[in-house]
Design a protein around this ligand. Sequence first.
Ligand SMILES: [Zn+2]
Length: 214
Amino acid sequence: MSRDIVVRENDVLLVVDIQNDFCPDGALAVPHGDEVVPIVNRLAGRFRHVVLTQDWHPPDHGSFASLHPGRKPFDVIEVAYGPQILWPDHCVQGTVGAEFRADFDVPQAQLIIRKGFRREVDSYSAFRENDHRTPTGLAGYLRERGLTRVFVAGLAFDFCVRYSAEDAYAHGLEVVVIEDACRGIDVDGSVEATRRQLAELDIKVIQSGEVLPK
Ligand SMILES: [Zn+2]
């Protein structure tokens, strides 16, 4: 049975965090993260509407292990909104690590959502910060523009892609995750947990070759 999906006028491609720090040699490298770049470049040409996210932290961001004496990256601490994984310093505002990859070539993107700029709250999702309350504004943007189906691609599959997809679903949007256009970090089985959660929510997970231009 064909799982092909033909792109419609009210579809948007949401490309998550294709930044130097999330690619090999970056501060928080996602294994093989660079491999998604040519896939996303091709994919973006099939959409009328493309939105990007950019992880964008102040130098003293609370998710950085370096701010917590005695802690190291990937330790989990309790903060006001629940458990928070500590990360290596990454995607600091204005640094090369926070820039989009040089070979990421999607100049037609219409909006860049920057997230994680509040010192005290991390933000994985393109829609809401990790306190699950503070909106990024993306839901309102999509609503005003009448964009109702969101295709998600980028880094990392098991964090920012996952929570963006879940929040899109929670906002009543139709959601499709393009699996081969994502790569995961896999902290304590987080890739498998992501697959389970997406399946539970009935979020479609497809391959980029199954997304057909109109
Ligand atoms: Zn971050």
